[in-house]
Design a binder for this molecule. Structure first.
Ligand SMILES: Nc1nc2c(c(=O)[nH]1)N[C@H]1C(S)=C(S)[C@@H](COP(=O)(O)OP(=O)(O)OC[C@H]3O[C@@H](n4cnc5c(=O)[nH]c(N)nc54)[C@H](O)[C@@H]3O)O[C@H]1N2
Ligand SMILES: Nc1nc2c(c(=O)[nH]1)N[C@H]1C(S)=C(S)[C@@H](COP(=O)(O)OP(=O)(O)OC[C@H]3O[C@@H](n4cnc5c(=O)[nH]c(N)nc54)[C@H](O)[C@@H]3O)O[C@H]1N2
Ligand code: SF4
Ligand SMILES: [Mo]
Length: 736
């Protein structure tokens, strides 16, 4: 008999409500949940294809061990014993730093994975955690740690009331944005425009979003911080910053404003390519609006000055009185006090650990991924010799080829994943994890990022296929096998940070700390709702809206409760910002600046295997402005080579004036020749990370964030379209 169960998607920040129908052990239907309190019937094809993902024959269904060039089945017990034995020997000989862990993007969408994976590493006594956030948002984590005391504090735009929303480097119609929890982001932006508000989208490409809503402003890649600096300068010059009230909540207000005093709109125009008058108009409209917000995302994060840009965005929001007010930005508390929890587990503290090479500190608990290759290949006794990769594909997702090469130097590489991805091609063992339909969950990492607060818990909706196991079990068993604390009575030791918290609570000594037990305790510890209430409301429960005025002076999690607007690390990065201005935005030698984009049917590197999603034929394409194409003798559909000192890729070109002149756009996540998933291999395309320079030389020094866009590249024709451009035309440059 078919049973329909409410749950929610955990692929991206939107967490759309879904209704999944299961007949026996088959998922027969996945639909958007029309009665969901926030997503209200919105879901994209990735969410509604989760049934195909669940039953995909290319999935990992049993543990595999490398034997020569092939992978062969091995029992869980044997795999755990062999991995454990190897890790014990390496730790005994070289110390705990011999072991490392990379946690990828889906980690942060799984309550159990977040907690158990990093706790596994802590239980082994190693600081060597690397996470995908250093190829995504480390700038935001660093700035928030400096300004607000925790990497997880990110004021979110009050989308239902904002009058002027300035978005930089985001394409909500495709991505649903990042570090904010907004299903149907395009619909929410349209609602702003429909009630007479303004949405301004700053982007080197006229995006799918810009075609549907608001005003679009072209900007040269990598230059957003100069635009924001000039907006601040205009408002400071007009005397319209609310300095006195800001001084009541924040230190360093005057130092912050003074740091950018030289950035007149005229100077910023030269760097950004945006007309000085337009900058003035935008700044003044921002200052005058009855509720305004600057929001920025990966198009700025991954640039050379993501931290300075995010710092400026925070400062502009605060000094125009928009932080912590209705219609500006709010800091939601979450269904339980996530800020208090983060502080209790020491999340804001970078700690004493440094990488062996380059001495990088940890940001949000993890070293920069750009430093990982060197930590593996360093001529140092404590180098990483055994690496666990959980829910990630670093061989593919990290810029440059050095990491993929370094993985082959490891004595042990274990991948815990749904698929045999490109990283798995280097591994010794592959361990099959359950997918989101096979596990209970609560989206803890996004709980304080909701413009419309609500809480939703889900049970597993279908039994695990084959020998797939939930990550909390995998990591608990691995901890035991590797010689860390045993499960049961002292599983607490495998969750050391959480345990510090649990020690204050009446936990039965031999209780099994399953994810549900831990969740129930967290809700009991300070929740607006209890887990049992959430279980009774599988459709999700709306929570009290975030109160304006509840953050500044009240909940700022710095030691003294004040915002630190002029932190030393950011001030120290200003000389780099000033010097770079001379060359930013245009290399001046005929090369183009490479940027990325996302596509609706992709999700980083892991949607191309899903048989339920039809992908554009032939993989990815490069977008080029007509002037840049003509000047190089390139026509629509031709095959071009995009190259840098790091490497080269060849792919078809689409000529479009949606892209600013001087810019070439290539989406990431494609090119799966090394994947073990047949459909991904056949999807075609190329991995743009082969062209983007990697390693610790291409990292934002202040945050460890990899610089992944605005690199100069050479674009040249290598072949004329043999089909008259039909293939490139099969996917319009700006679909939706
Ligand atoms: N050039 C370029 N590179 C980029 C980007 C870019 O814009 N341009 N974007 C960057 C960004 S924002 C990100 S977040 C990173 C992502 O970088 P990664 O996280 O390293 O890579 P993903 O492609 O997201 O791979 C996720 C893996 O997790 C697996 N998986 C999915 N769900 C689960 C689960 O529940 N459990 C387990 N164990 N595995 C699971 C998938 O099968 C897949 O293999 O890529 C970055 N790389
Ligand atoms: N369909 C789909 N959705 C996704 C993902 C996916 O792969 N596919 N990935 C998810 C992940 S992991 C993340 S982190 C989020 C990211 O969500 P977003 O940050 O919204 O990501 P993008 O859609 O890549 O939008 C980035 C925009 O920045 C622009 N850009 C590039 N360089 C610059 C620049 O220098 N300045 C400015 N102002 N803009 C620039 C690009 O043209 C692009 O339009 O999306 C998530 N959602
Ligand atoms: S937008 Fe798509 S991928 Fe993102 S949560 Fe919703 S259904 Fe899932
Ligand atoms: Mo991301």
């Amino acid at each position: 008999m078919a049973i329909a169960t409410r749950t929610f998607c955990r692929i991206c920040e939107a967490h759309c409500g879904l209704v999944v129908t299961v007949d026996g052990d088959r998922v027969v239907d996945v639909k958007a949940d029309r009665d969901h309190p926030v997503s209200q019937g919105y879901a994209c094809v990735k969410g509604t294809s989760l049934g195909d993902l669940h039953h995909d024959p290319d999935r990992l269904d049993q543990p595999l061990k490398r034997v020569g060039e092939r992978f062969e089945p091995i029992t869980w017990d044997r795999a755990l014993a062999e991995i454990g034995d190897k890790v014990r020997r390496l730790r005994d000989r070289y110390g705990p730093r011999a072991v490392g862990l990379y946690t990828g993007n889906p980690t942060f969408f799984s309550f159990q994975n977040i907690l158990w994976s990093s706790s596994f590493l802590e239980a082994l006594g190693s600081p060597n955690l690397f996470a995908s956030h250093s190829i995504d948002v480390n700038n935001k984590f660093h700035v928030s740690t400096e300004l607000y005391g925790l990497p997880t504090v990110h004021p979110v735009p009050d989308l239902d009331r904002v009058e002027l929303l300035v978005c930089l480097g985001t394409n909500p119609a495709v991505s649903q944005m990042s570090v904010v929890h907004v299903p149907d982001a395009l619909g929410r932006l349209r609602a702003i425009a429909a009630r007479g508000g303004r949405v301004v989208l700053v982007d080197p490409r006229r995006t799918e979003t810009a075609r549907k809503v608001g005003e679009h402003v072209f900007i040269r890649p990598g230059t957003d911080a100069y635009l924001l600096a000039a907006m601040l300068q205009v408002l400071a010059g007009d005397g319209s910053l609310e300095l006195d009230s800001a001084r009541g909540f924040a230190d360093g207000v005057d130092e912050f404003v003074a740091a950018f005093a030289a950035w007149t709109p005229e100077r910023a125009e030269v760097v950004t390519g945006i007309d000085a008058e337009r900058i003035r108009e935008l700044a003044r409209a921002f200052g005058a609006a009855d509720g305004a917000a600057v929001y920025l995302s990966t198009g700025v994060n991954m640039g050379p000055f993501g931290s300075i840009a995010y710092w400026l965005a925070q400062g502009l929001n605060l000094l125009t009185g928009n932080l912590d007010r209705a219609g500006g930005l709010l800091v939601p508390g979450g269904p339980f006090d996530t800020l208090r929890l983060a502080r209790a587990i020491g999340h804001g503290d970078p700690g004493p650990h440094r990488t062996l090479v380059g001495g990088w500190p940890r940001v949000a608990g993890a070293f920069p991924v750009s430093a990982l290759a060197e930590e593996i290949t360093a001529d140092h006794p404590e180098r990483i010799r055994a690496l666990f990769v959980s829910a990630g594909n670093p061989a593919h997702s990290v810029p440059g080829g050095a990491l993929a090469d370094a993985l082959d130097e490891l004595e042990l590489l274990v991948c815990i994943d749904l698929y045999p991805n490109e990283t798995a091609a280097h591994a010794h063992y592959l361990l099959p994890a359950t997918d989101m339909l096979e596990r209970s969950d609560f989206p803890v990492a996004w709980a304080n990022l909701q413009p419309r607060p609500y809480a939703q818990y889900t049970e597993a909706v279908v039994p695990a296929v084959g020998q797939r196991r939930p990550e909390w079990e995998i990591f608990s068993d691995l901890a035991v096998a590797c010689g860390a604390s045993p499960v049961g009575r002292s599983l607490c030791n495998a969750l050391p940070r959480l345990n510090r918290l649990l020690q204050r609570l009446p936990v039965p000594g031999d209780a099994r700390l399953t994810p549900d037990v831990v969740l129930a305790l967290l809700f009991r510890w300070g929740g607006q709702v209890s887990l049992s209430e959430l279980r009774r409301h599988p459709e999700g429960l709306p929570l009290a809206p975030t109160a304006p005025g509840s953050f500044l002076g009240r909940r700022v999690p710095t030691a003294d409760g004040r915002v630190r607007l002029a932190p030393a690390s950011l001030l120290a990065d200003l000389p780099r910002f000033e010097t770079a201005a001379a060359t930013m935005g245009d290399p001046g030698d005929g090369r183009l600046l490479l940027i990325g984009r996302r596509q609706r049917r992709s999700h980083n590197s892991w949607m191309h295997a899903n048989p339920g999603i039809r992908q554009p034929e032939g993989g990815n394409t490069a977008l080029l402005h007509p002037d840049d194409a003509t000047g190089r003798g390139i026509a629509h559909g031709d095959l071009v080579e995009v190259s840098s000192a790091a490497g080269a890729v060849c792919l078809p070109v689409q000529v479009t004036d949606d892209v600013a002149a001087g810019v070439v756009v290539v989406p990431h996540g494609w090119g799966h020749d090394a994947s073990g998933a047949s459909r991904a291999r056949e999807a075609g395309g190329v991995n743009v990370n082969a062209v983007i320079p990697g390693g610790s030389a291409n990292v934002e020094p202040v945050s460890g964030q990899a610089i992944m866009l605005a690199h100069p590249v050479t674009v040249r024709r290598v072949a004329v379209a043999d089909d008259g451009g039909a293939r490139a035309a099969s996917e319009p440059a700006t679909p939706v």
